[in-house]
Design a binder for this molecule. Structure first.
Ligand code: GLC
Length: 621
């Protein structure tokens, strides 16, 4: 195993060196002093949330998305075509005016990038010169202590560093999802090397061949976590070499494949590029191939009737049985976000045209599906309550054959008059009405939810503060599964008892995602309130992984202490709140072109109405 590991690393290193030589290319050509840059500066000057107002303020989206893939340099070397769709017939060369206008557009785009980069660099300086509270100082010290080194460089942070327990299980590993808030904290502070190393090393792990009982997961899967191990060098018991040993789920409790890892990796890659201006990293052939492998895995055809990703239970932050198999919101929101980010980063060339088309089609179908079918508020629940069932036709109103009796008794009283949310899951004859925080928050951040829905979600959190925040932000989901439901759905899981851990426990790491969503929607007042609640307890409680009870009063029964993503989530929230314009490295704004493009072309069929109009009306309502 060690020998395989080392030979793999060597192969990776050779590949890496060759690619570096062939691809070192700078993307910025326009200077900030040019007229185009000045125009771009004017455009972007309206976009920054200056951090002066507190409540009701609005993060303003840029008038157009300056980082669309279509404007990336067409000189990027062609990559192998993905197995998506048929090659279209080759088209005649574009007329001269079209080439000129594309070049002008590209120049303007580069100028905008440069302006945004300048703003972000100023933001990093502002973050560095901030006065830190004693809690923040302690958190930075703890985050530094969690850093993992590999061959002399920092490559990630351990999940937890809890000296009070010898039962570390796999918490001594670097988890991909757990590292994201650490990475954001480091990036905001101008410490980007660790993030770059993490991105490149996890990329090398992507191609490892791992098997579970003689079966290998799909190519492109990113590990859930990895560990640095020392192995004897070529059989010599005195000399040791470090190797990275990934876990794709083959040793994880429950053996679940982490679908979210690759999605997080793409989201982080974009954030890294935006804040550092090091676009050369995402343009490297190995990085482009990595993006493509992840997307191929997500976009490959299956038996699905829905544009949402079909996954097993436990394939994300909730990594054990909790009844979220199927099409859980969390995965769909991260999927949407990763597709948006990837589209900005994929080099446009003949080899990537099909992939970009597939991404666009999926984005528009996915956003329509989630906006239309996952959204519930008072009005919608009342509609469901009066649904007719067993409708066999193309015009069925109750498309998924939901029996109204499914509406849980808690929901009728709980749903506020103002606001609503995206449900946890949708399957034939099944709506999971539980409220899942991460999916709803990330739907806001990525613009998977409409502006109106995003406002509604935050209104609901405000109205239901005592259920979702109470003594510790934020509940992972609401409400908990109890009694028979708990027994059947979790398999009597003693870790997921009602109001504990994944089953309605409170996870302080979700604070940074809440902060991002609040900044995007101009509701920093809410995020500040939540940070204040957390700040009162986290340091005294030794930065726990999660809290238990209906109102988050107790430190979780089996909670680790000094949990890194609790620490990093708190730090990131504090910095983002003080410098809210930095949130743009993770946010995606509404893409109106996507709503124009009808993915399914159903309008050509007399059978069904096109979803495009409906999708557009979603934005306008
Ligand atoms: C738990 C969490 C998972 C996290 C891991 C490491 O398994 O459910 O989301 O990544 O711990 O912190």
């Amino acid at each position: 195993m060690a020998a395989t590991a080392i030979s793999h690393l060597r192969r990776g290193a050779q590949r890496h060196a060759l690619l570096c030589l062939s691809l070192s290319r700078r993307r910025f050509s326009a200077t900030a002093a040019s007229p185009i840059a000045a125009a771009a500066r004017r455009l972007l000057s309206t976009t920054a949330d200056t951090g002066t107002s507190s409540s009701g303020e609005q993060y303003k989206p840029p008038p157009f998305d300056p980082f669309r893939a279509a404007t990336l340099s067409p000189s990027a070397p062609p990559l192998e075509s993905p197995p998506i769709g048929d090659e279209p017939p080759s088209s005649p060369p574009p007329p001269e005016e079209a080439v000129a206008s594309e070049a002008a557009h590209e120049q303007a785009t580069l100028a905008c990038q440069e302006v945004e980069l300048e703003g972000l660099k100023a933001g990093v300086e502002a973050v560095k010169s901030r006065e830190e509270s004693p809690e923040e100082k302690e958190a930075w010290w703890l985050l530094g202590r969690a850093v993992v080194n590999y061959c002399g460089s920092a490559v990630g942070t351990v999940a937890a560093n809890d000296p009070s327990t010898s039962q570390m299980l796999n918490y001594d590993q670097v988890f991909i999802r757990d590292f994201v808030p650490s990475a954001i904290a480091f990036l905001l502070k101008g410490e980007s090397d660790i993030v770059k190393n993490f991105l490149l090393h996890t990329l090398q792990l992507q191609s490892w061949e791992k098997t579970v009982d003689c079966y290998s997961p799909g190519q492109g899967l990113m590990p859930a976590s990895f560990k640095v191990r020392s192995v004897p060098l070529d059989g010599n018991s005195e000399a040791f070499e470090e190797v990275l040993d990934p876990d794709f789920g083959e040793s994880a409790i429950g053996r679940v494949a982490p679908v979210d890892s690759g999605l997080w990796w793409i989201i982080l890659l974009r954030a890294y590029g935006k804040i550092t201006g090091d676009y050369a990293l995402q343009e490297r052939v190995d990085v482009q191939t990595g993006i493509r492998l992840i997307l191929n895995l997500c976009l490959s055809d299956g038996f699905d009737m829905f544009p949402t990703l079909l996954v097993t239970d436990g394939s994300c932050m909730i990594d054990r049985r909790m009844g979220i198999h199927g099409h859980p919101l969390e995965i769909q929101a991260l999927f949407y976000s990763a597709l948006r980010c990837a589209r900005e980063m994929i080099g446009v060339n003949d080899g990537s045209k099909n992939l970009i088309r597939a991404i666009n089609n999926r984005l528009s179908a996915l956003s329509f599906h989630i906006r239309e079918y996952y959204w519930v508020d008072m009005k919608k629940i009342n509609e469901i309550y009066r649904y007719k069932t067993e409708e066999y036709s193309h015009d069925a109103i109750n498309k998924f054959n939901i029996y109204p009796e499914q509406i849980p008794s808690w929901l009728a009283d709980w749903i506020p008059v103002k606001g609503g949310y995206l449900i946890g899951n949708l399957q034939p004859a099944h709506m999971d009405f539980r409220f899942f925080s991460l999916g709803n928050l990330w739907a806001i951040v990525s613009s998977l939810a409409t502006q109106r829905q995003a406002e509604g979600i935050l209104n609901l959190i405000e109205a239901k503060w005592d259920d979702i925040v109470a003594n510790m932000p934020l509940k992972i989901c609401y409400p908990a599964l109890e009694y028979e439901e708990w027994r059947i759905i979790t398999g009597s899981d003693p870790k997921n008892t009602p109001w504990s851990y994944h089953n309605g426990g409170s996870w302080p790491t979700l604070l940074w995602q809440f902060t991002l969503a609040c900044i995007k929607m101009g509701r920093r007042d809410l995020a500040r309130r939540a940070v204040e609640v957390a700040e009162k307890r986290l340091s005294d409680d030794k930065w726990p992984e999660y809290y238990d009870t209906r109102t988050g009063r107790f430190i979780g029964k089996q909670s680790r202490l000094y949990q890194t993503w609790t620490i990093a989530g708190y730090l990131s929230s504090k910095m983002l709140l003080d410098c809210p314009e930095m949130a743009s490295i993770l946010i995606c704004d509404e893409d109106f072109e996507l709503l124009e493009g009808c993915a399914c072309s159903l309008n050509k069929s007399a059978r069904t109405k096109c979803s495009r109009r409906a999708a557009k009306s979603q934005v306008l309502v």
